[in-house]
Design a protein around this ligand. Structure first.
Ligand code: F6R
Length: 369
């Protein structure tokens, strides 16, 4: 039931705040993250020396965002790999390896086969999944469910923000067990994560209509580029994937630092480029580097659509559009910056008269390898 929305995707984007809030619920005790499903597994988390995150598509981009938090908070090295690449390259894994799979459906065959392979090789397996009782969690040693609610539209939206949330909860849980984050810091991160749903709601309230309007003007666009750096990089990839999936427009995401190593050759007058601008409060250095990327592409005629936090005036002289996201704590920006990109992809596909829920050639759950 679309509950009055024009599509399941529109409904599911509107549910992004609850997807985050419901995933956090019940997993915070006295200001610290305690995931009840991971009770009794402290020894497991104390023993591991590596984490490998495996997933496909949007879930893999959630994993790529989660890597920053997992490494920063747990100090355990993390690799993120596409599930279908992982098992065909004789990976170095064993009992000290925790393989974290991420899947909305819990039925993706590529991911399932990778989990089985990891188990056969002696690794520990933990599944982040949105579907109760699905195959992947049943094949895993531990489960952390995302509580995004059923996702019907083929393109994943609310599950993505729930997956990042679950990874942050996992990171804080493991960090507490290993003592790598103090309780004061842990409490601070929890507060910042708990503030995210309200901030997503603000973006939906303030920017959705405007984004849909300019997506409408761009219905004839043939190519859109997305740039991001640090945690903004996987968000750029997610923005590009969503656009190609539902609007059939060529779209590519790049690490902003790669521009001068090749992609800048693509910039010609009128080329739309979304740039996810990191918070200047988090790192003035990274922020200034991305602002100079914007200047470089603007000088070559790009049409720049910046996603920047409120009050960041440095982007104003160089951006054609600025989409604002509220100020948030460190590492929380991806949960906000992705929202305008989901709205944009949906707005553009709608403007082209396409069925946003059922894009051509795609299935919600990919149960073949
Ligand atoms: C993108 C999308 C796909 C899925 C991927 C993994 O919008 O929906 O890229 O994210 O097929 O699916 P799950 O999470 O069910 O394993």
């Amino acid at each position: 039931d679309k509950g009055g929305w024009s599509s399941f995707m529109a409904k599911e984007v509107s549910e992004e705040p609850e997807a985050v809030a419901n995933t956090i619920r019940g997993r915070v005790r006295d200001g610290q993250v305690v995931v009840p499903e991971l009770d009794g597994m402290d020894a497991l988390f104390a023993d591991i020396s590596r984490i490998i995150v495996i997933a496909c598509g949007t879930a893999a981009y959630a994993g790529a965002v989660g890597k920053y938090a997992l490494e920063q908070w747990t100090r355990i090295p993390v690799d993120v790999e596409l599930a279908h690449e992982f098992r065909y390259r004789d990976p170095v894994i064993g009992p000290d390896t925790l393989v974290v799979s991420i899947s909305q459906s819990g039925e993706t065959m590529d991911t399932l086969m990778a989990v089985k392979y990891a188990r056969e090789r002696g690794a520990r397996t933990l599944s982040i999944c949105n579907t109760q009782g699905a195959t992947i969690p049943r094949e895993s040693d531990a489960i952390v469910y995302t509580h995004a609610g059923p996702e019907v539209a083929v393109a994943s939206t609310k599950a993505f923000v729930a997956q990042i949330t679950a990874l942050y909860l996992l990171a804080l849980h493991v960090a507490r067990v290993r003592g790598t984050v103090s309780s004061a810091e842990g409490e601070q991160h929890v507060r910042e994560l708990e503030a995210v749903p309200e901030k997503i709601s603000q973006i939906l309230d303030r920017e959705q209509a405007r984004i849909e309007e300019f997506a409408g003007w761009m219905a004839d666009t043939r190519s859109v580029l997305f740039l991001g750096r640090h945690v903004g990089y996987p968000i750029a990839l997610e923005g590009a994937l969503k656009l190609k999936e539902i609007s059939y427009i060529h779209a590519e995401g790049f690490a902003a630092g790669e521009l001068k190593h090749g992609p800048i050759a693509l910039i010609e007058p009128g080329q739309p480029v979304f740039v996810i601008v990191p918070s200047p409060r988090e790192s003035a250095l990274i922020h200034s580097k991305v602002v100079s990327n914007i200047q470089e592409i603007r000088a070559r005629g790009a049409r720049v659509i910046a996603i920047a936090e409120e009050g960041d005036a440095a982007v104003l002289p160089f951006a054609d559009e600025v989409l604002r996201i509220p100020l948030a704590g460190p590492l929380m920006e991806p949960l906000l910056a992705v929202v305008p990109l989901h709205i944009f992809a949906m707005g553009l596909a709608t403007a082209k008269g396409l069925d946003v829920d059922q894009p051509r050639n795609l299935a919600k759950s990919v149960t073949v390898e």
